[in-house]
Design a protein around this ligand. Structure first.
Ligand code: NAP
Length: 297
C-alpha cells in the first residue's frame, strides 16, 4: 500500500517541503507520497481525523496551524509542550496522533553544520514569533549563557521567558530590549554577542518587506555569526548587511532541511538522506525563483 505524509498549512502552495521530502522517500525506495494539503482555518480538526487512517504515516504542520495541531493531538512530547507548538504529527498504532516539534533540532543542526558553538556564548535574537520559541529552546539545549531579545511587540519577547526558564536544563538568562538600534541596550548587546539571529519575516522574498533588514551593517562586527531563519532569497538583506561588516552569514535553508529530516526519521524510522534533501531543496528554490523572474518580465 502506498502511504501518505501530509503537509497541513494555509497557504502551502509555496512550500518546498514536498520537493525535498519526496526526493528523500524516492531515494530510499519508501512507497509513500508527500502531499501538500491546503487547510483553511476551521478545517484542522477534519484534517487531523483524516490523518488517523492507516494509509497515513503522519504530517508536517506549518503556519498558521502549529498551535492548534498541538492542542488537538492525542499526545505530545516535552519539546512541543515547552514551545507550545507542533510542526510534526506521527500516526501511531490505532490512529493515535503524537505531536512533536523538530524546529528545535533544525536550529541546533543548522548551527552545528556552520560550526557555531553555543556553549557559554551571548546571543542576540531579533523577533519573537513562533520560530523564535524554537530558537530559544535550541539555545538553551546548547548551553548558551545569555540571550537579548528585541521584537516590535515587546510583550511577545517577554513571553519567551517561559521557554528560557522551564524544563530540566539550566535556565538561559534572557533580557528583553526595544527593537531600536539607535538605543543603548540593543547596541551594547550586539557588541557582546558571538551570534546574532534574525527570526522576523523581514527580507523574505514576496513578503511585504522584501528589501528590509532590522539591523544595518554597522550593527555587526567581524567574527560574529549571523543566522537568518528566512531561507529565500539565499542572501537576505540581513545576511547582506552582516557580510558587509565582516560577520559570517548563515542562511535558513539548513534549518528547514534539518527540521524536515528529523520529521522524516520519525515517520519512516530511517536515516534521512541529507545530501538528497539539500540538493532537492536547492533545486526547488531555484525553480521557484526562475518562475518568479519569468512572471515579472
Ligand atoms: P510569526 O510567528 O508570524 O512571527 C513573525 C515575527 O516577525 C514576529 O516577531 C513579528 O513581530 C515580526 N515582524 C513581522 N513584520 C514585522 C515588521 N514589519 N517589523 C518588525 N518585525 C516584524 O512567524 P514565525 O513562524 O516566527 O516565522 C518568522 C520567520 O522565520 C519567517 O520568515 C519564516 O519564514 C521563518 N522560518 C523559517 C524556518 C526555517 O526552517 N528556516 C522555520 C520557521 C520559520 P511582532 O511580534 O511585533 O508581530
Amino acid at each position: 500500500m502506498t502511504q501518505t505524509i501530509a503537509l497541513l498549512g494555509h497557504p502551502v502552495a509555496h512550500s518546498i517541503s514536498p520537493a525535498f521530502q519526496q526526493a528523500a522517500l524516492d531515494a530510499l525506495g519508501v512507497e509513500a507520497r508527500y502531499e501538500a494539503w491546503d487547510t483553511p482555518p476551521g478545517d484542522v480538526p477534519d484534517a487531523l481525523e483524516r490523518l488517523r487512517d492507516p494509509a497515513l504515516l503522519g504530517a508536517n504542520v506549518t503556519v498558521p496551524h502549529k498551535l492548534e495541531a498541538l492542542r488537538l493531538a492525542d499526545s505530545a512530547d516535552a519539546v512541543a509542550r515547552r514551545i507550545g507548538a507542533a510542526n510534526t504529527l506521527v500516526r501511531r498504532e490505532d490512529g493515535v496522533l503524537h505531536a512533536t516539534n523538530t524546529d528545535v533540532a533544525g536550529v541546533q543542526r543548522a548551527l552545528a553544520d556552520a560550526s557555531v558553538a553555543l556553549e557559554g556564548v551571548e546571543v542576540v535574537l531579533i523577533g519573537a514569533g513562533g520560530a523564535a520559541r524554537a530558537v530559544v529552546a535550541a539555545l538553551r539545549n546548547g548551553g548558551a549563557r545569555s540571550l537579548t531579545v528585541a521584537n516590535r511587540t515587546p510583550e511577545r519577547a517577554e513571553a519567551l521567558h517561559e521557554v528560557a526558564e522551564e524544563g530540566d536544563a539550566p535556565p538561559l538568562e534572557l533580557r528583553v530590549c526595544p527593537l531600536d538600534v539607535a538605543a543603548g541596550p540593543l547596541r551594547a548587546a550586539l557588541e557582546r554577542a558571538a551570534l546574532v539571529i534574525h527570526s522576523t519575516s523581514l527580507g523574505m522574498r514576496h513578503g511585504p518587506d522584501e528589501a528590509a533588514t532590522p539591523l544595518p551593517a554597522d550593527c555587526f562586527s567581524p567574527g560574529q555569526a549571523a543566522f537568518d531563519l528566512v531561507y529565500t532569497p539565499e542572501r537576505t538583506p540581513f545576511l547582506h548587511a552582516a557580510g558587509a561588516a565582516g560577520a559570517r552569514p548563515i542562511g535558513g535553508l539548513g534549518m528547514l532541511v534539518h527540521q524536515g529530516a528529523e520529521s522524516f526519521r520519525l515517520w519512516t524510522g530511517l536515516e534521512p538522506p541529507l545530501e538528497v534533501m539539500f540538493e532537492a531543496a536547492r533545486a526547488a528554490l531555484a525553480a521557484r525563483q526562475g518562475v518568479a523572474r519569468e512572471s515579472k518580465s
